[in-house]
Design a binder for this molecule. Structure first.
Ligand code: FAD
Ligand code: DLZ
Ligand code: SF4
Length: 512
């Protein structure tokens, strides 16, 4: 009698807990493309194509290893359209002894798994997802006994736990964090290597056709598809990152250039999140590059911190706060997303550039997501739930467990500071310092108010003042409130008038 092993679209790895002790001669594997998953968000075409193609390639690998794989295509006539429906159909067809699955990474899907046992009258083994360093339980334990959930302390524990960049009990280089050496602006560099591209094979081309045919109105175009869709190609992308980009990763991590959307970033999150790459293995590759003298400590430490620090911490927060976290809205912001979120058509050169790049590549790097689109959304009082839905749709690496805390907690501060000690709010000066967007903008970043002034300047102060009830007791903002207090009445009025005119234009659907 057979086990039915159900593998989801972001579980494409041999080291998956549900595949432990799997027997090709006995067990059967189910994978399915279903309309419910394709439509719960308005996924970017490139995101959907990546997931379907990587699923199909993983099914081929499983078959090559002798597994009996039941692979349901989106277009199959009998496809019921949901995980539960497809499982029911398979159970009826093969009468397995039990179902084995690795827990879903998202709350919504895990909820759908819970009734399976009673629905099918079979044992259902939901195994933990061992691709993360920290279990949900361990994270919860870490949070007890703490007043503030500071990522930096969590990260230090992860360094100790993994031994990454450790010298016995001490951090390599005598410090845990080398960010003071990072955060530099960048120059366009014609000699910067280009990130590898992976031309579509026949399997991927079928998927691209499918996505264009079934989802013609979703964001983007599949014409430029160049993602890796197998573990071996994703590994090539990781090798190229460590070789060509990691050495300067730290220095340019926060910089933004309109000509270079990728700079020295890894472009690996999409592969890590669906299982093609193992996060710890990538960190070990980074550490090796440091030990061999190929990459400096500030870069390698920064990179490793993003993965064993931020990525794990974010996942911990998600499971701690779900369900309900998605509805957080401390500022009671209600404004719908402007149309330019779907077209990039705005005069704000920074926002336009990041959204246009997002439409083209289903990618923007961290600071573009946080300090351009995220910052604008929070300053303009956009509804955080709508902002969350947008982020979940448009980035190829977006799965709710990682997207939601980054958006609701880190970027919108909608949770009132559960995750961050102060909002990531900034005026145009920050964007001008870290990018080359402002030079080509119709707005003037040095002007504080009036119709040609950079909208971020007035919106920043409007945000601070409008939300004083929620923010003015935050000691990290004390200086900001005292600057406002010292400002002349006239100046304050000019800021608030400018902001209010801008927001009115936004509400009237006029071009801004
Ligand atoms: P790099 O900048 O090269 O970083 C290396 C790796 O570190 C990434 O591949 C990723 O695995 C990890 N990492 C870095 N920062 C974070 C973080 N804050 N949270 C989790 N992992 C991190 N990341 C996603 O994977 N999916 C999302 O849907 C997502 N949504 C985001 C939304 C907002 C508003 C913000 C501010 C950040 C979001 N991030 C998300 C985090 C981060 O922006 C991306 O992981 C990163 O840009 C991916 O590109 P990269 O591989 O080139 O990363
Ligand atoms: C994002 C996505 C999409 C678009 N389609 C599928 C699918 O057809 N089949 C599948 O198994 N997974 C898909 N996914 C990923 C899931 O929506 C979800 O993110 C994961 O199962 C984790 O909960
Ligand atoms: Fe963005 Fe303001 Fe600079 Fe224009 S001037 S690019 S709106 S920060």
């Amino acid at each position: 009698v057979r086990n039915l092993i159900f593998i989801l679209g972001d579980q494409l790895t041999w080291s998956l807990s549900s595949l432990e002790a799997a027997d090709p001669g006995r067990d059967i594997i189910l994978m399915c493309e279903v309309i419910e998953e394709a439509t719960y968000a308005h996924h970017h075409k490139l995101k959907m194509a990546l997931i379907f193609s990587a699923m199909r390639h993983f099914a081929i690998e499983l078959r090559e290893k002798g597994f009996d794989v039941r692979y349901v295509h989106l277009d199959d006539v009998d496809n019921t359209g949901s995980f539960t429906g497809e499982l029911a159909r398979t159970v009826a067809a093969i009468s397995p002894k039990r179902i084995i699955v690795t827990e879903a990474s998202e709350w919504r899907v895990l909820q759908a798994m819970k009734p399976w046992k009673s629905a099918f009258g079979l044992p259902v083994e939901i195994r933990p997802d061992t691709r993360f360093l920290v279990s949900k339980q361990d994270f919860q334990t870490w949070t007890q006994s703490r007043r503030a959930l500071t990522m930096e302390y969590f990260y230090r524990d992860m360094r100790r736990r993994t031994g990454l960049l450790m010298n016995g009990k001490d951090p390599e280089g005598g410090r845990w964090n080398f960010d003071a050496d990072n955060r530099k602006p960048a120059q366009a560099d014609l000699f910067r290597p280009t990130h590898p591209r992976f031309p579509p094979d026949a399997v991927t081309r079928d998927v691209l056709d499918l996505v264009e045919r079934r989802f013609p109105r979703n964001m983007g175009s599949t014409a430029q598809f160049s993602f890796a869709v197998t573990r071996s190609d994703a590994q090539k992308a990781a090798d190229a990152f460590v070789r060509d980009f990691l050495p300067d990763f730290g220095k340019t991590q926060d910089a933004m250039l309109k000509e270079e959307p990728f700079l020295n970033h890894a472009l690996l999150s999409f592969y890590i999140n669906i299982g093609l790459l193992d996060p710890l293995e990538i960190c070990r590759m980074g550490e090796r590059a440091y030990r061999e003298g190929h990459a400096p400590l500030n870069s390698v430490e920064g990179f490793i911190r993003q993965i064993i620090g931020w990525r794990e911490y974010i996942r911990g927060i998600y499971w701690l706060k779900m369900p309900g976290y998605e509805k957080s809205n401390i500022f009671e912001a209600k404004r719908p997303l402007p149309d330019f979120f779907w077209t990039g058509e705005t005069d704000m050169a920074c926002v336009s550039s990041v959204i246009t790049q997002t439409i083209k590549h289903a990618y923007a790097h961290h600071i573009q997501r946080l300090m351009v689109v995220g910052n604008f959304s929070m300053l303009a009082g956009l509804d955080p739930y709508a902002v969350h839905e947008w982020y979940l749709a448009v980035y190829a690496d977006a799965f709710e467990w990682v997207e939601l805390p980054n958006v609701i907690g880190m970027s919108q501060f909608a949770d009132g500071g559960f995750m961050s000690s102060k909002p990531y709010a900034a005026s145009g000066a920050y964007i001008a310092r870290m990018s080359n967007y402002c030079g080509g903008c119709r707005y003037d970043v040095s002007k504080k108010s009036g119709k040609d002034a950079c909208p971020f300047n007035a919106l920043y102060w409007d945000f601070i003042v409008r939300n004083a009830d929620s923010l003015s007791k935050n000691h990290r903002l004390a200086q900001i409130y005292s600057s406002w207090g010292r400002m002349s009445l006239e100046k304050r009025k000019a800021y608030r008038n400018s902001a209010s005119k801008f927001l009115q234009k936004l509400d009237d659907g006029e071009r801004v």
